[in-house]
Design a protein around this ligand. Structure first.
Ligand code: PA5
Length: 458
């Protein structure tokens, strides 16, 4: 089992906008200090650094409880497990499950399919999900740390009724698992009243850092994956990026330093790149982690993502020749799980016989290398993260690596990486527009503003 590798060799260049090794080295002390304050709980938002040592604190008993719960759910022979949650209460599980699953798991009929709800407020999405569930055997897990988030609460209200109608109250209660705060929130109150199997999200772990708590582990275990290997990967990365591991060996400090150096030299966008469609949601998780952690006080890299080679035929043009605002961080998977050998074709009309006998991943790797050279030539610095394969152990490493580097990165730009005050603004307006009791003043002000917008006739 290999440790994931960080290659910064293409992030350095004499060309304007790339990092110079000298500048990079200036971050040695600060990243080490910030890493230390994460461990010592002396930095901003230190009430929420429970994730830093979490992998080492996960007990065997707890993992057994999660596994047993997953087994009880799987033994009900369900077709679909609906995971209800949004943001940090959804993306980590989705990222890991998609990265590990067969690309066509749902169509193959692998059971249970893990579907998500409460991650949007689309009426069509919910209606179509309900239609589907009518014809299937199903159970659900509702995840909300605060227990009060509107999107999952709405979805749960609807789906809970459907489940009770389908199976009766008592059986429905056995088919619902709640993951929430230890003591507060509406979901906790309901879970107690209805005697749902309940798991606790630790107080000191925020949503986007919670994938290695029951938030991620329950859905991942129900999907049939090895949560022990996932935790082991994370544990090994805790050791590899610990407070005593010097900058020269500490890939979390180095990644944080590199992206910060690029940011201060004018690169305002970091694009996370993959060449494996299974990693699409890993990028979505990463965007939430970095976007919510860094984007505040008018600071922070804008986290974007692309799926190559698909997006080389769309965003590739902009990255090659558009505004020079970005650098790329490529998650490169060394070994595919499967092999497809390119056959020889007698007619050779597509002129691809020169590739016959080679495997498809060889072509993918050459696309990756060719893209790296082209984009670096086009003034897009490149950071590469290499992982051996898409399995639980490597994903555990990757998740913790990104979390640790994110905490350090937030401290480098002097923000609190563990709050998200900005997400309250839309909620306040939405509640005011919905005329929620208690928001009367805001409703009046907002409606006054909206109704004054002039209508322009064309
Ligand atoms: O990272 C975060 O804290 C957020 O994205 C939350 O996870 C998200 O808003 C959902 O919150 P909750 O779990 O309280 O429903």
């Amino acid at each position: 089992m290999k440790q994931i590798k960080l290659d910064l060799s293409k992030a350095f260049s004499k060309t304007s906008g790339f990092i110079s090794p000298d500048v990079f080295d200036t971050y040695k002390l600060s990243t080490e200090e910030h890493n230390n304050s994460l461990h010592e709980k002396t930095g901003r938002g230190s009430d929420y650094v429970g994730w830093v040592n979490l992998p080492n604190e996960i007990s065997d008993e707890f993992l057994t409880d999660v596994e047993n719960t997953a087994k009880i759910i799987r033994d009900k022979n369900i077709d679909i497990y609906v995971v209800i949650g949004i943001g940090g209460s959804y993306l980590g599980a989705k990222a890991v499950i998609d990265a590990l699953n067969n690309n066509f798991a749902h169509l193959k009929g692998d059971k249970p399919a893990i579907l998500f709800a409460g991650q949007n407020i689309s009426e069509d999405y919910l209606a179509e999900l309900r239609d589907l569930l009518k014809t299937k055997e199903w159970a659900t897990c509702v995840i909300s740390k605060s227990g009060t988030t509107t999107e999952p609460a709405l979805a749960f209200r609807v789906l809970k009724q459907d489940l009770e109608e389908k199976y009766g109250k008592t059986e429905a209660q056995l088919r619902i698992c709640a993951v929430t705060d230890a003591s507060k929130g509406a979901l906790k109150t309901l879970a107690n009243e209805e005697s749902y199997k309940t798991f606790v999200i630790p107080d000191n772990v925020g949503g986007r850092y919670s994938v290695l708590t029951p938030v991620g582990l329950i859905p991942i275990a129900v999907a049939g994956f090895n949560i022990r290997a996932l935790v082991k990967g994370a544990k090994d990365m805790v050791a590899a990026t610990g407070a005593k591991v010097p900058f020269e060996k500490n890939i979390a400090c180095q990644y944080a330093a590199a992206r910060h150096a690029l940011y201060t030299e004018g690169k305002k966008i970091e694009i996370l790149v993959n060449f494996q469609p299974k990693l699409h949601y890993m990028s979505e998780w990463w965007k939430q982690l970095y976007g919510e952690s860094e984007g505040k006080d008018s600071k922070g890299l804008f986290p974007a993502s692309v799926d190559f080679s698909s997006d080389l035929h769309s965003m590739g043009q902009y990255i090659q020749e558009g505004e020079r605002l970005m650098f790329e961080t490529v998650v490169s998977v060394e070994n595919p799980d499967r092999e497809v050998i390119i056959p020889k074709d007698k007619a050779n009309l597509d002129k691809l016989n020169f590739l016959s006998g080679k495997n498809v991943d060889y072509v993918n790797k050459m696309a990756e290398l060719g893209t790296q050279i082209a984009h670096v030539d086009g003034d897009v610095p490149n950071i590469k993260i290499e992982i051996e394969r898409l399995d639980e152990y490597n994903l555990g490493q990757l998740i913790y690596f990104f979390e640790k580097a994110c905490g350090i990165s937030g401290y480098l730009i002097n923000v609190n990486p563990f709050d998200q005050p900005g997400v309250e603004a839309y909620k306040k307006n939405m509640f005011a527009l919905l005329e929620k009791p208690g928001f009367e003043n805001e409703t009046k002000m907002l409606k006054g503003r909206i109704w004054k917008v002039p209508v322009v006739n064309v």
